[in-house]
Design a protein around this ligand. Structure first.
Ligand code: PLP
Length: 378
């Protein structure tokens, strides 16, 4: 039978980051040497303690269904960390799924969700999947939120704003003042704030300010976090959301009828990650920080202009001055044999930008950057 996708899926786009990476992988499979600066996935192994913990959990029989809200011990560990009750916490198969549940729990068809440009590509698609309308909101030149521009986008249909600090793709980390101002704006205008804090431990300059400093869960804060980035656990599919018990209850219902819960033994291992891996995280953050320094030095030496990232593991760079009339990511894959992510994956306003990820070895970073410099003639 001929298959036609339902209308609601027709405007859904593929993941820009995964697409770029797959193209590079195809070239690698053909024997072409490609420097991969594309995916946002730590190159470290998951800490051994976490792996042992999952193995032991399996031996102990944690191989059956878990509660739809997640394993209580992990919910308790998270509740303790955030000074909330377990009823405020749901464990999800990755933070991406947590964002999906949160939006599904919030949106009536046609409700608008503000996304700060440039935005991680999945936000727009998840808003669409959950029946909402994504509304792109430009940020300032330093990629910080601009309150006037946000205010201008508000109307009766605006239901929520998604915030991501430290930011993918820009590495921006919002300071105390802006977090306070955006929190106030949200509270005054009855907006839910979905704060995606997945990179909260990867901050190299200045202090990290969580939205929970200025917003309560009863004020409409939905905090999203997970184990993928800080603990190098991308394949474990483990994340969590913290919100008011009423919202969590709806999210648990959705999870109960879809994923049921993340893998039970992975959740047990998550407790070990939270409680026993501080040193492992420190070691990884130190290495990310060194790589970031290397890139800053290399870019500065060439006089390339960019907004200095303070967190996460990305640089978002405008190459419009050097590459004309072509998508810079496609150009660099062809001419420099370097795979980066196209700025277009983060918003239509960024066709001349690339995102570089430094969640990869120093050798790859240095060789990749040198190839990029040669390809753009600097
Ligand atoms: N949020 C942001 C901003 C991300 O960059 C990513 C992954 O790239 C995720 C969420 C997804 O994380 P997870 O592996 O927990 O689903």
């Amino acid at each position: 039978m001929k298959y036609t996708a339902p209308a609601r899926l027709l405007e859904l786009e593929e993941s820009a980051t995964l697409k770029a990476s797959e193209k590079a992988n195809e070239m690698i499979a053909k024997g072409i040497n490609i420097y991969k600066l594309d995916v946002g996935e730590p190159d470290f192994s998951t800490p051994r303690k976490v792996i042992d913990s999952a193995y032991n959990a399996m031996l102990k029989g944690y191989t059956h269904y878990a509660s739809s809200a997640g394993v209580l011990q992990l919910r308790q560990a998270i509740a303790e960390k955030y000074s909330v009750n377990p009823s405020n916490v749901i464990i999800t198969p990755g933070s991406k799924q947590g964002i999906f549940y949160a939006l599904y729990a919030l949106l009536n068809p046609g409700d608008e969700v503000l996304l700060l440009n440039p935005a991680w590509s999945s936000y727009k698609q998840i808003v669409r999947l959950t029946g909402g309308v994504p509304v792109e909101v430009n940020t300032d030149e330093d990629f910080e939120p601009n309150l006037d521009i946000i205010m201008n986008k508000l109307n009766k249909k605006t239901r929520a704003i998604i915030i991501n600090s430290p930011n993918n793709p820009t590495g921006a980390v919002y300071g105390d003042k802006i977090v306070k101002q955006v929190s106030q704006l949200a509270k005054e205008n009855g907006l839910f704030v979905i704060s995606d804090e997945i990179y909260d431990q990867l901050v190299y300059e200045g202090d990290y300010v969580s939205f929970r400093k200025y917003m309560g869960y009863e004020d409409g804060l939905i905090l999203i976090n997970g184990f993928s980035k800080a603990y190098a656990m991308t394949g474990w599919r483990l994340g969590y959301a913290i919100a008011s018990p009423e919202i969590i209850k709806q999210m648990v219902k959705i999870q109960g009828h879809t994923a049921t819960s993340p893998a039970t033994f992975a959740q047990l291992a998550g407790i070990t990650a939270l409680k026993e891996c501080e040193e492992d995280v420190k070691t990884m953050v130190k290495e990310f920080s060194e790589r970031r320094k290397i890139i800053i030095e290399m870019l500065d030496k060439k006089g390339l202009k960019y907004v200095r990232p303070k967190g996460a593991f990305y640089f978002f760079i405008d190459l419009g001055k050097y590459i004309k009339g072509a998508d810079p990511a496609e150009y660099l894959l062809e001419k420099a044999r370097v795979s980066v992510t196209s700025g277009l994956g983060f918003g239509e306003s960024y066709p001349t930008y690339i995102r570089i990820s430094y969640a990869t070895s120093r050798e790859t970073i240095i060789s990749g950057l040198n190839n990029i410099f040669s390809a753009i003639g600097i």
